[in-house]
Design a binder for this molecule. Structure first.
Ligand code: AMP
Ligand code: MG
Length: 399
Protein backbone atom coordinates (compact mmCIF):
# COMPACT_ATOMS: atom_id res chain seq x y z
CA UNK A 1 0.00 0.00 0.00
CA UNK A 2 1.15 3.54 -0.73
CA UNK A 3 2.55 5.76 1.98
CA UNK A 4 1.05 9.18 2.59
CA UNK A 5 4.02 10.84 0.88
CA UNK A 6 3.74 8.54 -2.16
CA UNK A 7 0.03 9.25 -2.49
CA UNK A 8 0.70 12.97 -2.31
CA UNK A 9 3.41 12.70 -4.98
CA UNK A 10 1.15 10.73 -7.33
CA UNK A 11 -1.59 13.33 -7.01
CA UNK A 12 0.92 16.06 -7.84
CA UNK A 13 2.16 14.16 -10.90
CA UNK A 14 -1.28 13.61 -12.37
CA UNK A 15 -3.06 16.79 -11.50
CA UNK A 16 -4.00 19.02 -14.44
CA UNK A 17 -2.80 22.63 -14.36
CA UNK A 18 -5.73 25.02 -14.41
CA UNK A 19 -5.98 27.68 -17.12
CA UNK A 20 -5.06 31.33 -16.68
CA UNK A 21 -7.50 34.22 -16.79
CA UNK A 22 -7.09 37.96 -16.55
CA UNK A 23 -9.16 39.49 -13.75
CA UNK A 24 -9.72 43.04 -12.49
CA UNK A 25 -7.44 43.50 -9.51
CA UNK A 26 -10.33 44.07 -7.10
CA UNK A 27 -11.49 40.49 -7.78
CA UNK A 28 -8.12 38.87 -7.16
CA UNK A 29 -8.01 38.49 -3.40
CA UNK A 30 -7.11 34.87 -2.64
CA UNK A 31 -6.21 34.07 -6.26
CA UNK A 32 -2.90 32.54 -7.33
CA UNK A 33 -0.81 34.85 -9.50
CA UNK A 34 0.27 33.37 -12.84
CA UNK A 35 2.60 36.16 -14.01
CA UNK A 36 5.50 38.05 -12.52
CA UNK A 37 4.80 41.61 -11.45
CA UNK A 38 7.59 44.15 -11.72
CA UNK A 39 8.03 47.57 -10.18
CA UNK A 40 6.50 50.17 -12.52
CA UNK A 41 8.62 53.05 -11.19
CA UNK A 42 11.10 53.54 -8.40
CA UNK A 43 9.30 53.18 -5.10
CA UNK A 44 8.76 55.78 -3.77
CA UNK A 45 8.78 57.46 -7.18
CA UNK A 46 10.14 60.74 -5.76
CA UNK A 47 11.67 61.99 -2.51
CA UNK A 48 8.48 61.71 -0.48
CA UNK A 49 7.76 63.95 2.49
CA UNK A 50 7.12 61.64 5.47
CA UNK A 51 5.84 64.16 8.05
CA UNK A 52 3.67 67.27 7.98
CA UNK A 53 6.11 70.13 8.61
CA UNK A 54 8.60 72.52 7.07
CA UNK A 55 10.89 71.48 4.24
CA UNK A 56 14.18 73.28 4.25
CA UNK A 57 17.86 73.07 3.41
CA UNK A 58 19.49 71.46 6.45
CA UNK A 59 22.62 73.57 5.88
CA UNK A 60 20.65 76.59 7.13
CA UNK A 61 20.06 75.43 10.72
CA UNK A 62 23.52 73.84 10.71
CA UNK A 63 24.84 77.35 10.03
CA UNK A 64 22.79 78.68 12.95
CA UNK A 65 19.71 79.96 11.10
CA UNK A 66 16.65 79.04 13.24
CA UNK A 67 14.09 81.48 11.88
CA UNK A 68 12.99 81.01 8.26
CA UNK A 69 10.57 82.75 5.97
CA UNK A 70 7.64 80.51 5.01
CA UNK A 71 7.83 80.76 1.23
CA UNK A 72 4.84 78.63 0.20
CA UNK A 73 2.65 75.62 0.91
CA UNK A 74 2.97 72.36 -0.95
CA UNK A 75 0.39 69.60 -0.61
CA UNK A 76 0.52 65.98 -1.75
CA UNK A 77 -0.22 65.60 -5.45
CA UNK A 78 1.23 68.95 -6.44
CA UNK A 79 4.29 69.30 -8.65
CA UNK A 80 7.40 70.23 -6.64
CA UNK A 81 8.17 73.86 -5.86
CA UNK A 82 11.72 75.20 -5.56
CA UNK A 83 13.17 76.68 -2.42
CA UNK A 84 13.95 80.35 -3.12
CA UNK A 85 16.85 80.61 -0.66
CA UNK A 86 18.39 78.95 2.37
CA UNK A 87 16.65 81.50 4.56
CA UNK A 88 13.27 80.12 3.42
CA UNK A 89 11.25 77.03 4.09
CA UNK A 90 8.19 75.49 2.43
CA UNK A 91 5.32 74.06 4.43
CA UNK A 92 4.76 70.51 3.23
CA UNK A 93 2.27 67.72 3.86
CA UNK A 94 2.94 64.01 4.23
CA UNK A 95 3.00 62.48 0.76
CA UNK A 96 4.12 65.66 -1.00
CA UNK A 97 7.18 65.75 -3.24
CA UNK A 98 10.15 67.23 -1.39
CA UNK A 99 10.60 70.71 -2.97
CA UNK A 100 13.77 71.23 -5.01
CA UNK A 101 16.58 72.69 -2.91
CA UNK A 102 15.33 71.06 0.30
CA UNK A 103 16.88 68.02 1.96
CA UNK A 104 14.99 67.73 5.27
CA UNK A 105 11.63 68.15 6.92
CA UNK A 106 11.14 69.56 10.42
CA UNK A 107 7.89 68.22 11.93
CA UNK A 108 5.25 70.88 12.42
CA UNK A 109 5.23 70.10 16.17
CA UNK A 110 8.81 71.46 16.35
CA UNK A 111 8.04 74.74 14.62
CA UNK A 112 6.13 77.83 15.67
CA UNK A 113 4.82 80.00 12.88
CA UNK A 114 4.03 83.71 13.25
CA UNK A 115 3.92 86.57 10.74
CA UNK A 116 4.96 84.36 7.87
CA UNK A 117 8.06 83.14 9.70
CA UNK A 118 8.87 79.73 11.12
CA UNK A 119 10.89 79.50 14.31
CA UNK A 120 12.52 76.10 14.90
CA UNK A 121 12.13 74.84 18.47
CA UNK A 122 15.29 75.07 20.55
CA UNK A 123 15.88 71.34 20.74
CA UNK A 124 14.91 70.55 17.13
CA UNK A 125 17.72 68.72 15.36
CA UNK A 126 17.87 68.93 11.59
CA UNK A 127 19.79 66.11 9.89
CA UNK A 128 20.05 65.83 6.12
CA UNK A 129 17.19 63.67 4.75
CA UNK A 130 15.30 63.44 8.00
CA UNK A 131 11.60 62.62 7.48
CA UNK A 132 12.21 62.10 3.77
CA UNK A 133 11.33 58.72 2.25
CA UNK A 134 14.03 58.67 -0.42
CA UNK A 135 13.20 58.01 -4.06
CA UNK A 136 13.77 54.33 -4.91
CA UNK A 137 14.68 53.37 -1.33
CA UNK A 138 12.01 50.61 -1.17
CA UNK A 139 12.38 49.13 -4.65
CA UNK A 140 13.77 50.00 -8.03
CA UNK A 141 11.92 50.30 -11.30
CA UNK A 142 11.91 46.91 -13.05
CA UNK A 143 12.66 44.86 -9.95
CA UNK A 144 10.54 41.77 -9.28
CA UNK A 145 7.80 42.56 -6.77
CA UNK A 146 5.63 39.43 -6.95
CA UNK A 147 6.53 36.11 -8.53
CA UNK A 148 4.12 33.85 -10.41
CA UNK A 149 2.84 31.25 -7.96
CA UNK A 150 2.19 33.78 -5.18
CA UNK A 151 -1.21 33.70 -3.50
CA UNK A 152 -2.65 37.20 -3.38
CA UNK A 153 -3.59 38.45 0.07
CA UNK A 154 -4.06 42.08 1.11
CA UNK A 155 -0.37 43.15 0.87
CA UNK A 156 0.16 41.50 -2.52
CA UNK A 157 -2.99 43.06 -3.98
CA UNK A 158 -1.81 46.48 -2.77
CA UNK A 159 1.64 45.86 -4.29
CA UNK A 160 0.08 44.91 -7.64
CA UNK A 161 -1.98 48.11 -7.52
CA UNK A 162 1.18 50.12 -6.83
CA UNK A 163 2.71 48.55 -9.94
CA UNK A 164 -0.17 49.99 -11.96
CA UNK A 165 -1.83 46.63 -12.69
CA UNK A 166 -5.55 47.17 -13.41
CA UNK A 167 -5.92 43.47 -14.25
CA UNK A 168 -3.68 40.57 -13.38
CA UNK A 169 -3.26 37.09 -14.77
CA UNK A 170 -4.35 34.60 -12.18
CA UNK A 171 -5.40 31.00 -12.10
CA UNK A 172 -8.93 30.23 -13.16
CA UNK A 173 -10.99 29.08 -10.19
CA UNK A 174 -11.59 25.35 -10.57
CA UNK A 175 -15.17 24.19 -11.05
CA UNK A 176 -15.66 21.76 -8.18
CA UNK A 177 -18.42 19.24 -7.59
CA UNK A 178 -18.90 17.84 -4.10
CA UNK A 179 -20.95 14.66 -4.21
CA UNK A 180 -22.07 12.54 -1.29
CA UNK A 181 -23.19 8.94 -1.73
CA UNK A 182 -25.25 6.74 0.56
CA UNK A 183 -28.88 5.69 0.97
CA UNK A 184 -28.75 6.39 4.70
CA UNK A 185 -28.08 10.10 4.38
CA UNK A 186 -30.71 12.72 5.15
CA UNK A 187 -30.40 16.44 4.56
CA UNK A 188 -30.38 18.74 7.62
CA UNK A 189 -33.88 20.16 7.99
CA UNK A 190 -35.57 17.00 6.70
CA UNK A 191 -37.19 14.49 9.06
CA UNK A 192 -34.74 11.75 9.99
CA UNK A 193 -35.68 8.15 10.85
CA UNK A 194 -33.88 6.10 13.52
CA UNK A 195 -31.92 4.09 10.93
CA UNK A 196 -30.81 7.15 9.00
CA UNK A 197 -28.04 9.68 9.57
CA UNK A 198 -27.51 13.29 8.68
CA UNK A 199 -25.65 14.21 5.54
CA UNK A 200 -22.94 16.14 7.39
CA UNK A 201 -19.78 15.53 5.34
CA UNK A 202 -20.69 17.73 2.44
CA UNK A 203 -21.34 20.68 4.72
CA UNK A 204 -17.88 20.25 6.23
CA UNK A 205 -16.32 19.97 2.78
CA UNK A 206 -18.17 23.03 1.49
CA UNK A 207 -17.16 25.04 4.54
CA UNK A 208 -13.50 24.12 4.06
CA UNK A 209 -13.58 24.91 0.35
CA UNK A 210 -15.32 28.24 0.83
CA UNK A 211 -12.94 29.06 3.69
CA UNK A 212 -10.05 28.58 1.29
CA UNK A 213 -11.65 30.89 -1.25
CA UNK A 214 -13.10 28.36 -3.70
CA UNK A 215 -16.33 29.80 -5.01
CA UNK A 216 -17.34 27.59 -7.92
CA UNK A 217 -18.63 24.65 -5.94
CA UNK A 218 -21.64 22.48 -6.86
CA UNK A 219 -23.24 20.13 -4.35
CA UNK A 220 -25.01 16.88 -5.16
CA UNK A 221 -26.14 13.69 -3.52
CA UNK A 222 -26.48 10.28 -5.18
CA UNK A 223 -27.98 7.08 -3.80
CA UNK A 224 -26.01 3.84 -3.87
CA UNK A 225 -27.42 2.72 -7.20
CA UNK A 226 -24.94 1.94 -9.95
CA UNK A 227 -26.89 3.38 -12.87
CA UNK A 228 -27.89 6.58 -11.09
CA UNK A 229 -24.36 7.02 -9.82
CA UNK A 230 -22.98 6.49 -13.29
CA UNK A 231 -25.19 9.05 -14.98
CA UNK A 232 -24.69 11.65 -12.24
CA UNK A 233 -20.92 11.18 -12.26
CA UNK A 234 -20.82 11.36 -16.05
CA UNK A 235 -22.66 14.67 -15.88
CA UNK A 236 -20.32 16.04 -13.21
CA UNK A 237 -17.21 14.87 -15.06
CA UNK A 238 -18.38 16.71 -18.16
CA UNK A 239 -19.03 19.94 -16.30
CA UNK A 240 -16.35 20.18 -13.59
CA UNK A 241 -12.58 20.28 -13.24
CA UNK A 242 -12.47 18.36 -9.98
CA UNK A 243 -14.90 15.93 -8.33
CA UNK A 244 -14.80 15.42 -4.58
CA UNK A 245 -16.87 12.40 -3.59
CA UNK A 246 -17.63 11.21 -0.11
CA UNK A 247 -18.48 7.61 0.72
CA UNK A 248 -18.75 4.46 -1.31
CA UNK A 249 -15.04 3.67 -1.72
CA UNK A 250 -14.56 0.98 0.92
CA UNK A 251 -15.00 -2.77 0.51
CA UNK A 252 -18.77 -2.96 1.19
CA UNK A 253 -21.24 -4.42 -1.28
CA UNK A 254 -22.69 -0.95 -1.92
CA UNK A 255 -19.37 0.81 -2.22
CA UNK A 256 -19.91 1.34 -5.92
CA UNK A 257 -17.75 4.36 -6.60
CA UNK A 258 -14.51 2.69 -7.83
CA UNK A 259 -16.38 0.33 -10.13
CA UNK A 260 -18.60 3.02 -11.60
CA UNK A 261 -15.64 5.35 -12.13
CA UNK A 262 -13.81 2.54 -13.96
CA UNK A 263 -16.87 2.01 -16.18
CA UNK A 264 -16.78 5.72 -17.00
CA UNK A 265 -13.21 5.28 -18.20
CA UNK A 266 -11.56 7.03 -15.26
CA UNK A 267 -7.97 5.99 -14.70
CA UNK A 268 -7.35 4.91 -11.14
CA UNK A 269 -4.06 6.37 -9.96
CA UNK A 270 -4.37 4.79 -6.54
CA UNK A 271 -6.87 3.24 -4.20
CA UNK A 272 -5.99 2.93 -0.53
CA UNK A 273 -3.20 4.63 1.38
CA UNK A 274 -1.39 3.32 4.47
CA UNK A 275 -2.98 5.87 6.76
CA UNK A 276 -5.43 6.09 9.60
CA UNK A 277 -8.00 7.43 9.26
CA UNK A 278 -8.70 7.55 5.53
CA UNK A 279 -7.28 4.27 4.25
CA UNK A 280 -9.83 3.73 1.42
CA UNK A 281 -8.97 7.02 -0.34
CA UNK A 282 -9.28 6.74 -4.15
CA UNK A 283 -7.74 9.13 -6.67
CA UNK A 284 -7.97 9.09 -10.44
CA UNK A 285 -8.27 11.06 -13.66
CA UNK A 286 -11.28 10.96 -15.98
CA UNK A 287 -11.09 10.88 -19.79
CA UNK A 288 -12.29 14.52 -19.66
CA UNK A 289 -9.11 15.36 -17.71
CA UNK A 290 -11.11 15.98 -14.52
CA UNK A 291 -9.39 14.92 -11.31
CA UNK A 292 -11.44 12.74 -8.98
CA UNK A 293 -10.91 12.48 -5.25
CA UNK A 294 -13.16 9.81 -3.77
CA UNK A 295 -12.93 10.26 -0.02
CA UNK A 296 -14.00 7.63 2.50
CA UNK A 297 -17.39 8.47 4.00
CA UNK A 298 -16.46 8.28 7.64
CA UNK A 299 -16.63 11.94 8.59
CA UNK A 300 -13.20 12.22 10.24
CA UNK A 301 -11.62 10.47 7.25
CA UNK A 302 -13.42 12.77 4.85
CA UNK A 303 -12.22 15.99 6.46
CA UNK A 304 -8.70 14.70 7.04
CA UNK A 305 -8.29 13.56 3.43
CA UNK A 306 -9.74 16.84 2.21
CA UNK A 307 -7.24 18.92 4.18
CA UNK A 308 -4.26 16.61 3.65
CA UNK A 309 -4.64 15.97 -0.08
CA UNK A 310 -7.44 17.83 -1.83
CA UNK A 311 -6.95 21.43 -0.70
CA UNK A 312 -3.16 21.40 -1.30
CA UNK A 313 -3.75 19.73 -4.67
CA UNK A 314 -6.23 22.43 -5.68
CA UNK A 315 -3.69 25.14 -4.91
CA UNK A 316 -0.99 23.22 -6.78
CA UNK A 317 -3.35 22.94 -9.79
CA UNK A 318 -3.75 26.71 -9.62
CA UNK A 319 0.02 27.06 -9.89
CA UNK A 320 0.78 28.06 -6.32
CA UNK A 321 4.43 27.65 -5.37
CA UNK A 322 4.52 24.68 -2.97
CA UNK A 323 5.11 25.53 0.67
CA UNK A 324 6.27 23.28 3.47
CA UNK A 325 3.48 22.49 5.92
CA UNK A 326 3.54 24.31 9.20
CA UNK A 327 5.26 22.33 11.97
CA UNK A 328 4.36 22.23 15.63
CA UNK A 329 5.39 20.36 18.79
CA UNK A 330 3.23 17.93 20.75
CA UNK A 331 2.12 19.35 24.09
CA UNK A 332 2.27 15.94 25.76
CA UNK A 333 3.53 12.51 24.81
CA UNK A 334 1.26 10.46 22.61
CA UNK A 335 0.99 6.69 22.07
CA UNK A 336 0.66 5.69 18.45
CA UNK A 337 -1.03 2.31 18.20
CA UNK A 338 -1.17 1.82 14.45
CA UNK A 339 1.51 0.65 12.04
CA UNK A 340 0.10 3.11 9.53
CA UNK A 341 0.91 6.76 9.23
CA UNK A 342 -1.76 8.55 11.22
CA UNK A 343 -3.55 11.86 11.54
CA UNK A 344 -4.16 13.17 15.03
CA UNK A 345 -6.69 15.98 15.51
CA UNK A 346 -5.29 18.78 17.66
CA UNK A 347 -6.09 22.16 18.95
CA UNK A 348 -3.23 24.60 19.26
CA UNK A 349 -2.28 26.72 22.22
CA UNK A 350 0.44 29.23 22.96
CA UNK A 351 2.22 29.08 26.33
CA UNK A 352 3.42 32.00 28.49
CA UNK A 353 6.78 31.97 26.66
CA UNK A 354 5.01 32.41 23.31
CA UNK A 355 5.66 28.84 22.13
CA UNK A 356 2.94 27.14 20.12
CA UNK A 357 1.92 23.60 21.05
CA UNK A 358 -0.41 21.00 19.59
CA UNK A 359 -2.75 19.49 22.15
CA UNK A 360 -4.02 16.05 21.03
CA UNK A 361 -7.76 15.57 20.72
CA UNK A 362 -7.98 11.89 19.74
CA UNK A 363 -11.30 10.77 18.30
CA UNK A 364 -13.33 7.75 19.18
CA UNK A 365 -12.61 6.34 15.70
CA UNK A 366 -13.11 7.76 12.24
CA UNK A 367 -16.87 8.12 12.74
CA UNK A 368 -16.43 10.42 15.73
CA UNK A 369 -16.44 13.83 14.10
CA UNK A 370 -18.01 15.43 17.16
CA UNK A 371 -14.56 15.24 18.76
CA UNK A 372 -13.26 17.54 16.04
CA UNK A 373 -15.19 20.51 17.43
CA UNK A 374 -12.70 23.17 18.52
CA UNK A 375 -9.73 21.58 16.78
CA UNK A 376 -7.77 23.60 14.24
CA UNK A 377 -6.50 20.66 12.24
CA UNK A 378 -4.40 17.56 12.70
CA UNK A 379 -0.82 16.37 12.94
CA UNK A 380 0.62 13.84 10.55
CA UNK A 381 2.36 11.23 12.70
CA UNK A 382 4.85 8.59 11.54
CA UNK A 383 3.92 4.89 11.55
CA UNK A 384 3.97 3.22 14.98
CA UNK A 385 3.52 1.50 17.25
CA UNK A 386 5.44 3.63 19.68
CA UNK A 387 5.37 6.61 21.97
CA UNK A 388 6.04 10.07 20.65
CA UNK A 389 7.54 12.27 23.38
CA UNK A 390 6.34 15.67 24.42
CA UNK A 391 7.98 18.19 22.08
CA UNK A 392 7.88 15.84 19.10
CA UNK A 393 7.60 18.08 16.04
CA UNK A 394 5.15 17.09 13.31
CA UNK A 395 3.52 18.75 10.30
CA UNK A 396 0.25 20.50 11.09
CA UNK A 397 -2.55 20.60 8.54
CA UNK A 398 -5.33 23.07 9.24
CA UNK A 399 -8.91 22.27 8.33
P1 AMP B 1 -18.93 4.68 3.34
O1 AMP B 1 -17.56 5.22 3.06
O2 AMP B 1 -19.93 5.04 2.31
O3 AMP B 1 -18.87 3.22 3.61
O4 AMP B 1 -19.41 5.36 4.67
C1 AMP B 1 -18.74 5.14 5.87
C2 AMP B 1 -19.51 5.72 7.01
O5 AMP B 1 -19.59 7.14 6.85
C3 AMP B 1 -20.95 5.25 7.10
O6 AMP B 1 -21.27 5.12 8.46
C4 AMP B 1 -21.73 6.35 6.45
O7 AMP B 1 -23.05 6.41 6.91
C5 AMP B 1 -20.94 7.56 6.86
N1 AMP B 1 -21.12 8.60 5.85
C6 AMP B 1 -20.95 8.45 4.53
N2 AMP B 1 -21.19 9.60 3.89
C7 AMP B 1 -21.53 10.50 4.84
C8 AMP B 1 -21.90 11.88 4.80
N3 AMP B 1 -21.97 12.57 3.66
N4 AMP B 1 -22.15 12.49 5.98
C9 AMP B 1 -22.06 11.79 7.13
N5 AMP B 1 -21.72 10.52 7.21
C10 AMP B 1 -21.46 9.86 6.10
MG1 MG C 1 -21.79 4.48 1.83
Amino acid sequence: MLTIAQAERLIGEHLPCLPIESLPLAQCSGAVLRENIYCERDQPPFDRVAMDGMALDSAAPRGGVRRLRVQALQAAGEPPLSLASRASCIEVMTGAVLPAGCDAVVPIEQVSVADGEAQLAAGALVEPWQHVHRCGSDSRQGSLLLAAGTRLAAPEVAIAASAGMARVRVSHQPALAVISTGNELVEPGEPVLPHQIRRSNVYGILAALRGHGFQRVADDHVRDEAETLKSRLRFHLDTHDVLILSGGVSAGRFDLVPRVLAELGARRIFHRVAQRPGKPLWFGIAPTGAAIFALPGNPVSTLVCLARYVIPALFAAMGQTPAQPERIALRKSFDVATELGSFLPVRTEVDEAGRAWAVPRPTNGSGDFVALGGTEGFLELPPGPGTLPQGFVAPLYRW
